[in-house]
Design a protein around this ligand. Structure first.
Ligand SMILES: Nc1ncnc2c1ncn2[C@@H]1O[C@H](COP(=O)(O)OP(=O)(O)OP(=O)(O)O)[C@@H](O)[C@H]1O
Length: 387
């Protein structure tokens, strides 16, 4: 059972409020690690930032904590400038990707260490500290490890200790850098729901950094996609999933991620498309309409969600509103409740999520059926979503 902490009026050291990040930039030598990053994290909001390795997530976390200084831009908390304060005055509960546990302290002592630190002197009684520590250890299912040293823990257990040490605090904002990446899938799924629920009921906002797009969607109220140090898109998980701003975002979000199929409009009288490395194929319906405004030989990138693709034997008649193109089965992964079928289309690979009882075999020719209204199209040069 989750117990929430009440703020004690006499002990309020931290102000909180909306964290606003405005135009942050950071360069390391020639590398522009972050450029013009702007976003805000509201009180009680879990805001996830997802992006591939090297995107700049940890750099952003360190700028918020005051462990790095930005070259450009600023930070405010509740409208007050925050980025000029020294790190210890910011009261950011920062969970480090590297854990940074004290090797000579037990699990419980590590988690309690910020509560017992001089900056928090007199803020919590020993009983209150113990209550906070107990709550987060129980939440992350490591209460039984409380007296162990970090050297006696697995990697996933150490990660949970580091997470607990951040969660136990009463900060101005929580910054959690890859907080659950090393846990097994079952615990990860459980914790992202539990932590989202817990953090939503606290005043400080939570910034959650993860390379896992699905985790970002599952845990957040809103999310940003960061690639190459630039924010590509900000929105609710549903908005980012439904309309990824560009091809790079589309390739990161979803399980499996959206397929992107590069095609050219082939020469001829009837509409036909040529997937890269494949023969031209006649198309009709909405797919033909998408291609109609394009010049012959023009290029387009189509976005196709794996769950929107249906596979049928070649030559099967199409229903109203359906389009199809030919492909060959490349590989089949049986995953219990569904199968992931990888398809070859010319030189490209697509993935389809189909029913578990679908009996497709590698090398089989197949008709890939998609409903035109589910297709997205991206500009072939800029990669930006069209329409
Ligand atoms: N102190 C530094 N000096 C030079 N380059 C750095 C420094 N810190 C980070 N970088 C570079 O900045 C870029 C962003 O790194 P950062 O650690 O912020 O990425 P990340 O998104 O957190 O990646 P990961 O998911 O792998 O942790 C990378 O190219 C990295 O090599």
């Amino acid at each position: 059972m989750l117990t929430l902490f009440r703020r004690e009026p006499a002990l309020q050291m931290a102000d909180t409020g909306m964290l606003a990040i405005d135009g942050l930039g950071k360069r390391f030598g020639k590398l522009q690690a972050l450029q013009d990053v702007s976003l805000s994290v509201r009180e009680g909001e879990v805001f996830a930032i997802t992006g591939p390795s090297g995107a700049g997530k940890t750099t952003l976390a360190r700028l918020i904590s005051g462990l790095e200084r930005p070259d450009a831009g600023g930070l405010t908390l509740g409208g007050r400038p925050f980025g000029t304060l020294p790190a210890q005055a910011r009261r950011v509960a920062h969970m480090f990707e590297s854990y940074a546990l004290y090797p000579t302290l037990t699990v419980a002592q590590n988690v309690a260490s910020p509560l017992a630190a001089p900056a928090s002197a007199g803020r919590w009684t020993a009983a209150q500290q113990r209550q906070r520590v107990d709550e987060v250890l129980a939440l992350t299912e490591i209460a039984h490890l409380r007296d162990r040293l970090p050297s006696q823990l697995s990697g996933g257990q150490k990660q949970r200790v580091a997470l607990c040490r951040a969660l136990a605090q009463d900060p101005s904002v929580f910054v959690l850098d890859e907080p659950i990446g090393h846990l097994d899938a079952k615990l990860r799924h459980l914790l992202r729901g539990e932590i989202r629920r817990r953090q939503s009921q606290l005043r400080p906002g939570t910034l959650w950094l993860t390379p896992d797009g699905i985790e970002a969607m599952a845990v957040s109220h809103r999310m940003a996609v960061l690639i190459g140090g630039r924010i590509q898109q900000i929105g609710t998980p549903d908005e980012v999933f439904a309309r990824p701003a560009n091809v790079q975002v589309a390739r990161l979000i979803g399980d499996p991620a959206m397929n992107v199929l590069s095609v050219a409009l082939a020469q001829g009288t009837s509409p036909s498309l040529a997937p890269d490395g494949g023969a031209p194929q006649a198309v009709s319906g909405a797919l033909a309409q998408r291609l109609a405004p394009m010049a012959r030989g023009g290029r387009l990138v189509l976005g196709l969600r794996p769950g929107d693709l249906a596979l049928r034997p070649p030559g099967t008649a199409l229903l109203e509103g359906e389009d199809s193109f030919a492909a060959q089965v490349y590989a089949v992964e049986p995953l219990g409740k569904h199968r992931i079928v990888t398809l070859s289309v010319g030189s490209q690979r697509l993935r389809a999520k189909v029913a578990a009882d679908a009996g497709w075999q590698a090398q089989q020719p197949v008709q890939v059926v998609v409903r035109g209204e589910r297709l997205l199209s991206f500009d072939a040069d800029s990669g930006v979503l069209q329409g």
